[in-house]
Design a protein around this ligand. Structure first.
Ligand code: ADP
Ligand code: MG
Length: 250
């Protein structure tokens, strides 16, 4: 299974540098980007989704170094992205929304219908295919967002804060869904919630101020907690420890 790799990646907005020399490799499995608000998670995910070209450093997606527009466009066909906030026409049906996104991502037209239906089935929305987007509940809307991210032949799935706004039962469903996705694609999700990581991720990167503060497994993060840091669980204490040592290193 193929994923992505960054080396000394730099990204920013205007005069501001947000990500300054980030190196990370992810291949297969379910990986979390865990970090506080403002850490740069969404900036990294939009860069991996090739929405904004990176400023410098190396970005390799699905085995190919992204050198410009053409390479980015090729990679995008195999990359699904759920933005933190995504737009849609309220009047579109769920089917139309996913099919339209398939078209945007250049999913071949002969298979677009069956690919759309398959994506809706995977997120358990096939029954609601004809429902208007504006009539969906929060949980259904998020599943529609995931459906558009996985439609077609996707090898890398990027989900930005996919669990925000889900109730406990929807969270459980979501975890099952992500485990299913990981059977055929590399999954990277961002979150600021430690419990998401503990439940579903096989590896994680803690991001603080645009840098990697920790890379490893949830168990390894939990193991590095130092005595006395706050946290209700070992994982939370490990996370706080990683954030504190990152802040101390600046
Ligand atoms: P996270 O997703 O981890 O909360 P973001 O990547 O959204 O972090 O934001 C990282 C930093 O970049 C923040 O300081 C934020 O204010 C800034 N930022 C995000 N988007 C923009 C933008 N479009 N223009 C300027 N600054 C931005
Ligand atoms: Mg964000």
């Amino acid at each position: 299974m193929r994923g992505f790799e960054t080396r000394e990646l730099v990204q920013g907005y205007g005069a501001r540098t947000i990500i300054s020399g980030l190196s990370m490799r992810v291949e297969g499995g379910i990986t979390a980007l865990l970090g506080p608000n403002g850490a740069g998670k969404s900036t990294l995910l939009t860069t991996l989704a090739t929405i904004a070209p990176h400023r410098s450093g190396e970005l390799r997606l699905l085995g190919k170094v992204i050198t410009g527009d053409r390479a980015a466009r090729e990679a995008r066909k195999k990359i699904g992205f759920l933005p933190q906030e995504f737009g849609y026409h309220g009047n579109f049906s769920v089917y139309e929304f996913v099919r339209y996104c398939a078209w945007l991502r250049m999913v071949p037209q002969p298979s677009a219908h069956s690919d759309t239906m398959r994506a809706l089935e995977r997120v358990d929305l096939a029954r609601y295919a004809s429902r208007r987007m504006r009539e969906l509940s929060g949980g259904m809307l998020r599943r529609a967002g995931i459906a558009q991210a996985i439609v077609g032949d996707v090898e890398l799935v990027l989900l930005d804060e996919p669990t925000v706004g889900l109730d406990p039962e929807q969270r459980l469903e979501f975890r099952e869904l992500v485990r299913g996705l990981a059977e055929t694609a590399t999954v990277l999700l961002s979150t600021h919630l430690v419990e998401d990581v503990a439940a579903v991720c096989t590896s994680l990167h803690v991001i603080a101020a645009g840098r990697v503060a920790f890379s490893g497994t949830p168990a390894e993060l939990a193991a590095q907690a130092v005595a006395g840091v706050p946290g209700d669980t070992p994982l939370e204490a490990g996370y706080i420890t990683a954030l504190r040592s990152a802040a101390a290193a600046v």
